[in-house]
Design a protein around this ligand. Structure first.
Ligand code: F6P
Length: 328
């Protein structure tokens, strides 16, 4: 099988994540190591449809291991969801003499890749690149650790001002369908309450708990809310509700937003991205073609795309217990 692969494309797709550059670098350099040609595709699956390709060599990826974002740029392609779009993408790959592809992205990217493989029998291997950490079969996704550190640093700063003014801060973090960022950053930043999509707390329970902690002698409070949490219509509506029912605190809202996606990747993300990038080329050379390369119990593993994208995000209930006890 390895003999038939001579030219490999790499792209980043969906929401960018710190460490994507390190992953591209590892893919490109692994190609160089194995004497394979590597082609970078700009703007993800959309660039694939538009034929936005450039040959990359080991020096093309110098000085990027420390850089956030993705130098190949990223996009969310509506056209790739159409049969015509995917046919054009396939024609472009064939025309460029590309034998296999590495896609770095999240759930949406893997879903698109999986459909493409079924339609065209084209070898694709994926790397989990998303700050959300909502991919099954890998303990961590590239960018998640950096995002956690960014969130904790921001909340530490908010805590200073919250405490100086005896205020309650509601802080929204990213995670459309997943509470991993909220839960872990919430524990790390010592939040009083953490609201996640996987566990519905209810407004009354939240109020009761905030009142209890105020009574116990706390002078300020931090409530971390995952973007996808359904407790209120949105974080501003929920803040209004709390303010109406709780005059012990002045309630403020901070939405951290896209600051969580930027910045220089942490060492953990750089090493993870490097290992998974090498793992992707190894997998293609072994003849694998429909898998994500992830990390499980410290080992690089191959997970069928269908496993990686299936089902709902699972939260470790031990973490919820830790959050409950440490915020008492
Ligand atoms: O999937 C990663 C993510 O950062 C989510 O946490 C967030 O909901 C979404 O992307 C935001 O996407 P966009 O940048 O397209 O608004």
């Amino acid at each position: 099988m390895s003999g038939t692969i001579k030219r490999i494309a790499v792209l980043t797709s969906g929401g960018d994540a710190p460490g994507m550059n390190a992953a591209i670098r590892a893919v490109v350099r692994s190609c160089a190591y194995h004497k394979l040609e590597c082609v970078g595709i700009y703007r993800g699956l959309q660039g694939l449809i538009e034929g936005d390709f450039e040959v990359l060599n080991a020096r093309s990826v110098k000085n990027i291991i420390n850089r956030g974002g993705t130098f190949l740029k990223s996009a969310r392609s509506k056209e790739f969801r159409t049969k015509e779009g995917r046919q054009t993408a396939y024609n472009n790959l064939k025309h460029a003499g590309i034998d296999a592809m590495v896609v770095i992205g999240g759930d949406g990217t893997f879903t698109g890749a999986n459909i493409f493989i079924q339609e065209f029998d084209f070898p694709i291997v994926g790397l989990p690149g998303t700050i959300d950490n909502d991919i099954n079969g890998t303990d961590y996704s590239i960018g998640y650790d950096t995002a956690l550190n960014t969130v904790v640093e921001a909340i530490d700063k908010i805590r200073d001002t919250a405490n100086s003014h005896n205020r309650l801060f509601m802080i929204e973090v990213m995670g459309r369908d997943a509470g991993d960022i909220a839960l872990n950053a919430g524990i790390g930043a010592g939040a009083e309450e953490i609201l996640i999509p996987e566990e519905e707390m209810g407004r009354e329970k939240l109020l009761a708990s905030l009142r209890r902690s105020k009574k116990s002698g706390k002078t300020s409070s931090i409530v971390v809310v995952a973007e996808g949490d359904q407790i209120g219509k949105n974080i501003f509506g929920l803040a209004d509700y709390i303010q109406e029912h709780m005059d012990e605190y002045e309630v403020k809202v901070t939405v951290l937003g896209h600051i969580q996606r930027g910045g220089s990747p942490s060492c953990y993300d750089r090493v993870l991205a490097s290992r998974l990038g090498i793992g992707a080329i190894d997998a293609l050379l072994r003849g694998e073609r429909d898998v994500m390369i992830g990390i499980s119990h410290k080992k690089v593993v191959s997970v069928p795309f269908i496993e990686a994208i299936k089902g709902e995000n699972e939260i470790d209930i031990e973490l919820i217990r830790v959050a409950d006890i440490t915020s008492i």
